[in-house]
Design a protein around this ligand. Structure first.
Ligand code: NAD
Length: 448
């Protein structure tokens, strides 16, 4: 049998594409070497958020006094938190399985390898069986990058994020190498559960791609709370749990290395003509590679390594694939309107350009900002916090090109700001949108 579409990788890109193409009545086969859901569901977003939620419950109970609540004898059971996390992941994986099943998509569990393309048919091998498909979609994701720091290899004290998520016991202390998204989310988890944390970041600031005024709010809070955050500090070597950086030694039971991820190109050796860009598969606006009928979506494209980018890319690619057949609407992805969230406490949420990025692109901007305390709901629920919300407006055409917030629960309303950026709203357009009262989202309205 010749499939219309063969997909390698069952993460947010792969399963979204599989469901969409199957729904359109196409024969689809999806290969997944481990578990459906990919990094995000199995060893990324969902397990991290499950554990972070447990830690937040404990932390809030310990700090409940400011709301007039006295909680005594509060303890936590990390193994129980882990157990709950596993149940959440299992249920979601089963949900994806069910959805693909409902659409009659064939799922093969195994390592797929592209063999060749003969007369416009792609041949793929998996578990010793050969399959054929008209279109091929590569959704193989990314893997943790291991930097060439002496002492990392075969060091039992070293963790990557997958090891940290699998541990059934908390470390007594931890050094985190890399103050990016993964580093700061794990710093939050361990700190809230009482583990001494040191973060070592090579750049002059943590979360270097985010608005730095927003990041400063987090830095001030975390440093005051006792998290040791070192910036402009390069790790020279690691020996067991001893990390040498800028001539100083920082020691902990475990060392979490979170210095980025790289596109996973394994199993694609036969595609030796595929064009790469900075170690990832180069794609066009419809997620097409340079090879005929080969698409790539998700982390493997190295665009923006976020699950919601992967699933949107998959929609775009499948629409393009189907366009001739089912008069399907053709769309592209607007990379300048992608929201992102860092699940620290408080959360950081942003969309579009920062003030610094606008400046680097010679875009003249008007910057509006307010502390989150201008929202009544924020005041009611975030004692002792100030937060910050910034709106970046392109002065040339008065359109909103960026929004950057810190303060709980900004992750839940950043999508409203994304709508404004995606649709090129002026502040006057956005002002016509009614925001429910009292919600923290009203901070956006306050800025208009
Ligand atoms: P990252 O790129 O976000 O951060 C890596 C950090 O490590 C950077 O700040 C970098 O300057 C620093 N660094 C690099 N080499 C170093 C060294 N030798 N010593 C000290 N610091 C060093 O990467 P990440 O945190 O590993 O995350 C990987 C990907 O996963 C990112 O694309 C991220 O957006 C994504 N992710 C997203 C979420 C979310 O959406 N909430 C959560 C986790 C991960």
């Amino acid at each position: 049998m010749k499939y219309f579409l063969a997909i390698i990788g069952g993460g947010p890109a792969g399963y979204t594409a599989a469901e969409k193409a199957s729904k359109a009545g196409k024969d689809v086969i999806l290969f997944e070497q481990t578990s459906l859901g990919g990094t995000c569901l199995n060893v990324g977003c969902i397990p991290t958020k499950s554990l972070l939620y447990g830690a937040k419950q404990y932390y809030n109970a310990m700090h409940a006094q400011k709301y007039g609540v006295t909680a005594t004898g509060v303890t936590f059971d990390f193994a129980a938190m882990q157990k709950r996390k596993t149940i959440v992941v299992r249920k979601l994986v089963a949900g994806i399985k069910q959805r693909l099943n409902n659409e009659h998509c064939t799922v093969v569990n195994g390592v797929a390898k592209v063999l060749d393309n003969i007369r416009q048919v792609w041949r793929i091998e998996c578990n010793g069986v050969e399959y054929e498909a008209e279109n091929l979609m590569i959704c193989t994701g990314s893997t943790n990058f291991v930097p060439p720091i002496p002492g990392i290899k075969d060091n039992p004290a070293i963790w990557d994020s997958t090891d940290a998520l699998a541990a059934t016991e908390l470390p007594e202390s931890i050094v985190i190498v890399g103050g990016g998204v993964i580093g700061m989310e794990f710093a939050t988890l361990y700190h809230e559960l009482g583990v001494p944390v040191t973060v070592i970041e090579a750049m002059p600031t943590i979360l270097p791609n985010l608005d730095q005024e927003v990041v400063q709010v987090l830095l001030d809070k975390y440093r005051k709370a006792g998290i040791n955050i070192l910036t402009s500090t390069k790790v020279e070597s690691i020996d067991g749990g001893k990390v040498t950086a800028n001539g100083e030694v920082y020691e902990a039971e475990k060392v979490l290395v979170s210095v980025g991820r790289r596109a996973n190109l394994q199993g694609l050796e036969a595609l030796n003509d595929i064009e790469l860009e900075r170690g990832a598969i180069k794609i066009d606006e419809f997620c097409r590679t340079n090879l005929p009928n080969v698409y790539a979506c998700g982390d493997v494209t190295g665009k923006i390594m976020l699950a919601h980018v992967a699933s949107r890319q998959a929609e775009v690619a499948v629409e393009h694939m189907l366009k001739e057949i089912v008069n399907c609407q053709l769309s592209t992805i607007n990379y300048s309107a992608i929201p992102s969230v860092v699940y620290t406490n408080p959360e950081i949420a942003s969309v579009g350009l920062t003030e610094a990025q606008a400046e680097a692109n010679a875009i003249p901007v008007e910057v509006r900002k307010l502390p989150m305390t201008f929202s009544g709901r924020f005041m009611a629920e975030n004692d002792g916090e100030t937060g910050l919300c910034k709106m970046i407006i392109d002065s040339r055409n008065n359109t909103i090109i960026g929004v950057h917030c810190i303060g709980n629960p900004c992750s839940e309303f950043i999508a409203a700001a994304s709508c404004a950026v995606q649709n090129g709203y002026t502040p006057e357009d956005f002002e016509q949108v009614v925001f429910p009262h009292p919600t923290v989202s009203e901070i956006l309205h306050e800025l208009l």
